[in-house]
Ligand binder design. Structure first.
Ligand code: GRF
Length: 217
């Protein structure tokens, strides 16, 4: 069964590197790790064309600039979600973006936006989805008392942190863990996982069957 997540347009296929946009709102450590992985050659077939932040003071914007990446700050500024997203979409069109990585982007994308890039938007979340979606995932994990947690990269659909799972990593929760220590250990795994997931999606060496993202060979 083919489903919508597989629908990368034919015209986007070929040897050329896929053009990636990274959307951030804050610290930007996943952006920096991904950019560094791409620069080091461990994520072939991908090129970051633009980093878009919805926050003017996001530390990630500086990290992007330090790496020579093009940045755009597109603030919501009291506008409707539609107006804000229209401006983001305009930038994505301008750079002919093929793939979008959400990396700590703190806004929910509208169904219309998701439909435009269905199967081509990735998100990273600091829990083993479907456990603990939404905000404060590490806190949720600690409060629930799980002994193992992890991080997930998934395709974005219209649900909150609910799209098909591309990749996950698991870590133990230690008795002495606080939200901060758990988040810090998870972040190290997130940085490796996002690069691996982007490499897989950019390689097009996968198919989506129902909710399952499967390697082709
Ligand atoms: C990460 O924990 C990511 O999983 C979540 O938001 C955080 C972003 O951190 N979606 P950073 O801005 O990439 O450092």
């Amino acid at each position: 069964m083919i489903n919508a997540h597989e629908a990368i347009p034919k015209r986007r296929q070929g040897a050329a590197r896929q053009k990636l946009a990274v959307l951030i709102s804050g610290r930007g450590s996943n952006l920096a790790a991904l950019a560094d992985a791409i620069s080091s050659g461990s994520v072939p077939h991908v090129k970051i064309k633009i980093v878009i932040s919805d926050q003017v003071n996001a530390a990630g914007v500086e990290l992007a600039r330090e790496r020579g990446l093009t940045t755009a700050v597109i603030q919501r500024r009291g506008r409707s979600r539609e107006e804000h997203e229209a401006e983001i979409l305009h930038e994505l069109d301008r750079y002919e973006i093929d793939l979008i990585c959400l990396a700590g982007f703190m806004r929910l994308l509208s169904p219309g936006f998701v439909a435009r890039y269905r199967g081509r938007i990735l998100n990273i979340h600091p829990s083993l989805l479907p456990a603990f979606p939404g905000l404060d995932a590490q806190k949720q994990a600690l409060e629930h008392g799980v002994k193992w947690t992890g991080c997930t990269v998934h395709l974005v659909d219209d649900t909150l942190d609910g799209g098909p799972i591309i990749a996950q990593r698991v870590i133990p929760v230690r008795d002495e863990d606080t939200e901060e220590t758990l988040a810090a250990r998870l972040l190290q795994e997130e940085h490796k996982l996002y690069a691996e997931a982007v490499a897989l999606i950019a390689s097009r060496d996968y198919r989506v069957v129902g909710r399952r993202v499967l390697r082709k060979n």
